[in-house]
Every structure is written in C-alpha cells, then in structure tokens.
Design a binder for this molecule. Structure first.
Ligand code: C2E
Ligand code: MG
Ligand code: MG
Length: 409
C-alpha cells in the first residue's frame, strides 16, 4: 500500500524532500547493474594502484585513496563487497606497491599489514552504518507515504465508517455500536483497519483520521437519534482512539466541540483505548483520560488482557467499560485456562464497577457461558458483523419496532 502514490507526486515539506533526495542517491548507487558495478570497482582499484605507482610508491605518498572504492562498494554490495575490496586493496597497496619505485625497495611487512587491517575495519564499520541507515530511511519514507496517502484519502472522501452492534447478553437488545473505519482505496481496493491503522499511527495522519471518525460517527448517531433511536435512553457509540490522539493537547477540546455541534449526550460516547496505548506513559495517559472523562464521556479499555500487568494498574485507571479480548472469548470451548482468565477478568471488572463487554462472540455457546460468568454486554459475528450505516439503521429500526410490540403486549 505504501507504493500507491500517483507517479511524479511531490512531497511538500522540505524535510521530506531531503529524505527523498538522500534515498535517490542511495538508489542510484544501489541500482547500478552488478556487472557494471564490479567493473567500476576493479577500475577504481587499478586506478588507485596506478596513481600510487606514478607518484613514486608508498613512501612518497601513502595510498589512502583506496578508502573511496572500499566505501562505495560497502554501499553497493554490503559487508561482503567491502571485505573483498579491502583485501584486494591491501595486496595492491602492500606487496604490489614498492616503498620507492625509483629505488626499487619494498614496504616493510608491518606497514602494509596495518594498512590492510584498517581497510578491512573501516570498510566493515561503514557497511554496518549504511545497512542501519538504509533500513531507517526506508521506514521513514514508508511512513511519509502513508501519511500523505491517508490525508489525500480524507480529502477525497475515501474513508467511511461501518457499525458493529453491541448487545446485552441476557436479552440481545442492541444498546450500542462500535464505529470501525474502512478505506475504499483507489488502488488497493477495500482496506481493513489492520492494513493502514498501524502505519498511520506512526504519523500525525492518525489524528486527522481519528477526528474524521469521531465527527462522522457523532453526526451519524445524531441522525439516528431523531429516527431509529428516538426516545431511547440507553445507547452508546464506541470510537477507537490511538495513543497519538490521546497525546494531542487539543483532543479534549475537539471532543467537547463535536459533542456540542452534534448534540450527542457525552455519556453516549465511549472512547476505546488499548492497554498498550496506555502503558508507555501510564500516569500521563491516566491524567488525560480523567480530563476527558470529566466531560461525561465514558472510557473503555479495548482488547483487555492482551497487554501487560493489566491487573496491577487497572485499579488506577479511569475506566467504565472493560472489553474482553476475543482471544479469551473464542477459547471458551476449551474449559481450561481461557475460562479461568475470563472468570478473573469479569470478577475484577465487576468489583471495579466497570461494565464487561466481550468481543468476538461467535456462537450461542460462547454467549451462554459469558452470561453465566456475569458478563453484561457482547459484540461479535454471532449477533452481527460490522454493518454499513444504512444496514445499521434498518437493524435499529427493527429493534425499535420489536420494542414497541413488546411494550404493547
Ligand atoms: P477492535 O477495536 O478490537 O475492533 C474489533 C475488531 O474485531 C473489528 O475488526 C471487528 O470487525 C472484529 N470482530 C468483531 N466481531 C468479531 C467476531 O465475532 N470474530 C472475529 N474474528 N472478529 C470480530 P476491524 O474492523 O478489522 O478492526 C480491527 C482493529 O482496527 C480494531 O480492533 C481497532 O483496534 C482498529 N480500528 C478500527 N477502526 C478504527 C478507528 O477508527 N481508529 C483507530 N484508532 N483504530 C481503529
Ligand atoms: Mg475497539
Ligand atoms: Mg478489541
């Protein structure tokens, strides 16, 4: 997906352009055909020998120009190329080069052996440096491309939201939805979040994308509020939030502004954060989440149980909903470990007065066991997969009709 730029497109920031030029220079060196690169290396080594000889030998002028050839081969061929070139250079600048051409004296053994050792050591160090910087440079370029691609996609309206119903386990009533983003990419086709969220999280594009998801979802729920959700008191919409969004100092204000413009009750908005997003700087993340929670927004811990030391910090987290990761839920048919862990998580969440929501419920058996364990809410293919906005609207309308029928009878 990172290669999906329109041909000839330019990156705008000067730092981006610099990175592209460095990469192009590296590309030219690296892309030279192997035969031509080998011939140029041989020519370079012979040229160095010829110059040293012409200047009168090693005593008249120490043959240090071999370093240039060794460093270029380190870029082109890596450590193996640098080693072979350094060994050949060591021989050419050693036994094959007199100390003085005029006097016909040869160099002392220790002199040329020391020089050969330097050729090898410096060539190897440079090859290592090149391989490390090439890797980080490639990652940097990939990050810049995803960032620009996401921003372009947002401008062109290529992203949309699908909604997965969240139901009560006891009577399977729809009490919420999770907003999940999808990308209709012009080249890559329909992309799932796993294809682009992680690369986007490495750049500021995730902040723009997160804002779009939050705003679009709140607008959609505001539309449903006047139709399919009319008169409903208990409902929530869960929106996934990345670490970068949380770290953005203006995030809280933007949430408040979106709630104000769409008229969504703050308690209807649940922000889902993963354990991993919190661990890096736990205290700061707690403070930010508490500030957001003061708006009346609820906080859900997503994929719970997949991070580290969950139980150690859970009691300090401002948390309203614990979303049990599907790896524990789908392991339910095995009455062993997964069941014990699940029992533990639901117990802890209940003690903390947090609502438990099980993700990835795929069978009636899973649903029944979760209910037995005291889990309140669930989400999964057994009930519904993610639905397009229109299909979700139909689902909510059907739920409203059956509610009305139940109330009448
Ligand atoms: P998540 O928040 O844990 O979302 C649940 C994922 O599980 C969704 O995948 C959903 O389609 C899938 N799922 C639901 N029920 C079942 C089931 O019964 N079985 C199985 N096997 N899977 C089920 P999706 O939509 O591909 O999203 C993957 C992840 O991408 C999400 O995991 C979330 O972390 C991230 N993501 C999605 N949308 C956004 C977004 O707008 N912003 C951010 N930051 N992340 C998002
Ligand atoms: Mg989620
Ligand atoms: Mg999850």
């Amino acid at each position: 997906m990172t290669g999906n730029f329109p041909p000839g497109a330019e990156l705008h920031q000067p730092a981006d352009r610099r990175a592209v030029w460095v990469r192009r220079l590296l590309d030219i060196t690296v892309r030279a055909p192997t035969l031509i690169a080998c011939e140029l290396t041989a020519l370079g080594l012979l040229g160095c020998w010829a110059i040293s000889y012409a200047l009168g030998g090693a005593a008249a002028f120490p043959p240090h120009w071999y370093y240039f050839v060794i460093l270029v081969t380190a870029i082109r061929f890596g450590w193996q190329g640098a080693l072979s070139t350094a060994l050949i250079a060591g021989v050419l600048a050693g036994p094959l080069l007199p100390a003085s051409v005029a006097a016909g004296t040869s160099q002392p053994l220790s002199d040329w052996l020391t020089r050969a050792a330097f050729f090898i050591a410096i060539g190897q160090a440079f090859a290592l440096f090149v391989s490390l910087s090439r890797r980080s440079l490639t990652e940097e370029i990939a990050r810049l491309r995803v960032e620009r691609d996401v921003l372009r996609g947002l401008d062109l309206g290529e992203f949309r939201i699908v909604y997965q119903p969240i139901v009560t386990l006891d009577d399977e009533c729809v009490v919420g939805v999770e907003a999940l983003v999808r990308w209709n990419h012009p080249v890559g086709g329909q992309l799932e979040p796993t294809d682009f969220i992680v690369p986007a999280e490495a750049s500021d594009a995730i902040v723009a994308l997160g804002d779009f998801v939050l705003e679009e979802t709140c607008r959609q729920v505001a539309r449903w509020k006047t139709t399919a959700l009319h008169g409903i008191q208990r409902f929530h919409v869960a929106v996934n939030v990345s670490t970068r969004q949380l770290e953005d100092p203006s995030f809280r204000e933007r949430i408040a502004a979106i709630l104000a413009t769409t008229g969504i009750h703050p308690a209807w908005l649940h922000l889902e954060v993963t354990e991993t997003a919190l661990i890096a700087d736990f205290d700061a993340a707690c403070a930010r989440l508490s500030a957001i929670r003061q708006l009346g927004v609820r906080i859900a811990i997503d994929d719970f149980g997949t991070g580290y030391s969950s139980l150690a910090y859970l009691h300090r987290l401002p948390v309203d909903v614990v979303k049990i990761d599907r790896s524990f839920v789908s392991g339910l048919s095995d009455p062993g470990r997964a069941h014990v862990i699940l029992e533990l998580i639901t117990g802890v969440a209940n003690r903390l007065a947090a609502t438990t929501l099980a993700e990835g419920v795929e069978s009636a058996q899973d649903a029944a066991r979760l209910l037995e364990l005291g889990c309140e809410l669930a989400q999964g293919f057994y009930f519904d997969g993610p639905l397009e906005a229109e299909a979700m609207y139909e689902r909510l309308m059907a739920a409203a009709t059956s509610r009305r029928d139940r109330a009448r009878s």
